[in-house]
Design a protein around this ligand. Structure first.
Ligand code: ADP
Ligand code: ADP
Length: 249
């Protein structure tokens, strides 16, 4: 569990068939938002409800850095500076992950695409599978709230489950509710890196938002609401898109 606000979430990892039947038609859902908007927090809820894996490129990069793989060695300097990792390596990493068996029926993407080049590469990759982005869900949080969100963020060492002090605390101080591992602060959640990330990433985010506005996949939810209210808004948006698709079928 991510905290009291999410107490209704079903725990554990599930495969696609265990997902909520109303969402059985869904394939690929993209979560959009600035750093700190709540993508990781909401992905944990949506993953269980949709029954598709949560794929976060930030988590993939952090694992690559930890394991000192070639991708990790390339990504590290960009991450430390709060800048985006170049598109080529990011797209390869994502496509490799989407090619794994657990993503065959769909995925919930968190932190990808972050540039229009990445968005178009994803469109082309999915078109090759006869598919497309089913929904691009924007969690909208004003820039002035993001520094506070990020500087209070703590994640668990084992799996990156996010908490916030004081807004979304764990039940036991310093310990993850879900897996019991210790909570740590990310290197790039220092105030100077936070400001660099926001300054360098918001223009790209706006361009990606416009991309999905033009494809018709964009839905926006007010991310200043409580965690539970944002979850309800996102699930409602997905349901509305799914109902629309069923109506046209
Ligand atoms: P946040 O949760 O704060 O939005 P992430 O965990 O998604 O941050 O990403 C951490 C860092 O990993 C980013 O600042 C960037 O350096 C890199 N990164 C993650 N996803 C991408 C991507 N799609 N394109 C380029 N860089 C990325
Ligand atoms: P992202 O993945 O978009 O960078 P996170 O899910 O890691 O964002 O959330 C950033 C921080 O804000 C975390 O500390 C999280 O606990 C907190 N948070 C997330 N959603 C909310 C919310 N609706 N209200 C208050 N705090 C939130």
């Amino acid at each position: 569990m991510l905290g009291r606000a999410l107490a209704w979430t079903r725990p554990g990892r599930r495969d696609w068939h265990d997902g909520d039947e109303r969402f059985a038609r869904m394939t690929l859902v993209v979560l959009l938002g600035a750093p700190g908007a709540g993508k990781g927090t909401q992905a944990a809820v949506l993953r269980d409800r949709l029954g598709i894996p949560h794929i976060a490129t930030g988590d993939l990069f952090r694992a690559a850095v930890r394991d000192a793989t070639p991708v990790g060695l390339e990504a590290r300097a960009y991450m430390d500076a709060g800048r985006l990792v170049p598109d080529g390596v990011t797209i390869r990493l994502l496509e490799e992950r989407l090619g794994r068996p657990d993503a065959a029926r769909g995925a919930l993407l968190d932190g990808f695409p972050r540039t229009v080049v990445q968005a178009k590469a994803l469109d082309a990759f999915l078109a090759g599978r006869g598919d497309r982005v089913a929904a691009a869900l924007l969690i909208d949080v004003p820039a002035e709230d993001l520094v506070e969100r990020l500087s209070g963020r703590w994640i668990c060492r084992a799996a990156g489950h996010p908490y916030h002090l004081p807004m979304n605390p764990p039940r036991v101080p310093g310990v993850c509710d879900i897996d019991g591992s210790a909570l740590i602060q990310r290197d790039d959640d220092k105030p100077e890196t936070i400001r660099a990330r926001l300054a360098s990433q918001l223009a790209d985010l706006n361009a990606v938002i416009e991309h999905y506005r033009s494809t018709g996949a964009l839905r926006t939810v007010d991310g200043r609401q409580s965690i539970g209210e944002v979850s309800a808004g996102l699930l409602g948006a997905i349901e509305a898109i799914d109902a629309g698709a069923a109506g046209r079928a």
